[in-house]
Ligand binder design. Structure first.
Ligand code: F0G
Length: 392
């Protein structure tokens, strides 16, 4: 065993503290749990890890990850590029624009950052079978990490609604694929019920707080890649809303560690056919209502009842950011621009961040003298059908 930071669980609803938790939700009020640290004792260790060689990676930041076992289940996640835009920043008249290219992760999406931590945790507590509901990328990632760890993988996916490449990945890595009638929200409900009934199954959706801990490293990397500076704005595609919450958590921890005084504004971007959080933001938090029939070409974010909606709204409110809606047409346009002007092939959901940036600039929501990072969440090869729209 190596030293792990002292951590505990805090309910995001009633703030109750739990020393240990196998579940992802509060036994009092049912809201989600998040992991918190006593940051004082890890400050020095975190600082010294920043001077280590070996390049960027999720596990570079293990001083701030809730894992104590020496053995981690890793396939080399994180350390993704942050290329600076030349053409599109000019077109947008923006002084600094970067793309955090999460498609460079082992299974082609940001999910690997969270999965390496969640599956390591699963191994730590002796789990043999892992489960997730997914719009595709989570299932591909979980299947790969479960294979690496020698665990059984069960994935629930909405029938006919996920990109073929992602289904292929899950099946190549040996997952047991169950196609569920209805949408992702229904699949996630089923997955939650299954894990309540069967204690031998470990759920690794982003409601699992260990996933969030891995994904927060996106913020640490951006800060290092920008030479210890945070961007002014971070644009993030939003589906189930785990990632925007995770990235915000990462930035806030950097500030708690006194490594930055400033924080970025978080701009979530939803597809207009699946935008319940954007609606809640416009109308006020109490008006949050799930959408029964979400629809968009960006199947990865085709979600009507995002599990982490409350966390996403907190991220946006605390950072004085925003949540925008973009149409499928705008998403495809952004996907084409990324491919043709920046050399980045992103899947539709991933291009939503750039589509959101165009919207923000066109409506003068942001000025031109700022530093912006668009998170490009997954690789375009996963969804070849959607890419047929790009050829013309
Ligand atoms: N971009 C891509 C490529 C995704 O796969 C997802 C989520 C998101 C953005 C949104 O991230 O859910 O944390 O807000 N995909 C999940 C999945 C839901 O099952 O693969 P989020």
């Amino acid at each position: 065993m190596t030293k792990s930071p002292g951590y505990f669980f805090e309910c995001i609803g009633c703030s109750r503290i739990f020393k240990e938790a196998r579940s992802y939700s509060c036994s009092d009020c049912g809201d989600l749990l998040q992991i918190r640290y006593d940051l004082g004792p890890v400050k020095d260790e975190f600082q010294s890890s920043l001077h280590k060689g070996g390049g960027l990676s999720v596990w570079r930041y293990r001083a701030l990850l809730p894992i104590s076992s020496r053995h981690v289940v890793t396939i080399g996640e994180g350390g993704t590029g942050l290329p600076r835009s030349e053409q599109l920043s000019q077109e947008l008249d923006l002084s600094e624009l970067y793309f955090k290219n999460e498609g460079q992760n082992p299974t082609g999406s940001f999910k690997d950052r969270g999965m390496t931590v969640a599956i390591t945790r699963a191994a730590e507590i002796g789990v043999k079978s892992v489960l997730c509901a997914s719009t595709g990328n989570t299932s591909a990632s979980m299947a790969a990490y479960a294979a690496k760890a020698g665990m059984k993988a069960i994935v629930l996916v909405p029938k006919g609604k996920i990109a073929k490449g992602k289904l292929l990945q899950a099946s190549v890595h040996g997952a047991n694929i169950v196609e569920v009638k209805g949408n992702f929200d229904r699949a996630l409900e089923t997955a939650k019920r299954m894990t309540e009934k069967r204690r031998d199954l470990y759920l690794v959706n982003s409601i699992n707080p260990y996933r969030i801990e891995g994904q927060k490293t996106t913020a640490f990397e951006m800060w290092e890649q920008l030479e210890r500076r945070v961007p002014d704005y971070v644009f993030v595609p939003v589906g189930n809303a785990g990632n925007i919450s995770a990235i915000w958590k990462g930035f806030k921890e950097l500030r708690e560690l006194e490594l930055t005084e400033l924080l970025p504004k978080m701009i979530g971007v939803q597809a207009s056919g699946a935008a319940p959080i954007a609606n809640a933001y416009t109308r006020g938090i109490k008006d949050f209502t799930p959408w029964p029939h979400p629809n968009t070409i960006a199947t990865a974010i085709r979600i009507g009842a995002p599990a982490s909606w409350k966390k996403a709204l907190t991220a946006v409110r605390e950072s004085t950011g925003n949540i925008l809606r973009v149409s499928d047409k705008e998403i495809i346009h952004a996907q084409r621009l990324l491919a043709r002007r920046e050399g980045i092939f992103a899947e539709p959901a991933s291009a939503a961040s750039l589509a959101g940036l165009y919207k923000a600039r066109n409506s003068n929501l942001i000025t031109n003298d700022v530093c912006v990072v668009c998170v490009i969440t997954g690789h375009g090869l996963k969804d070849q059908q959607a890419a047929t729209f790009l050829r013309h």
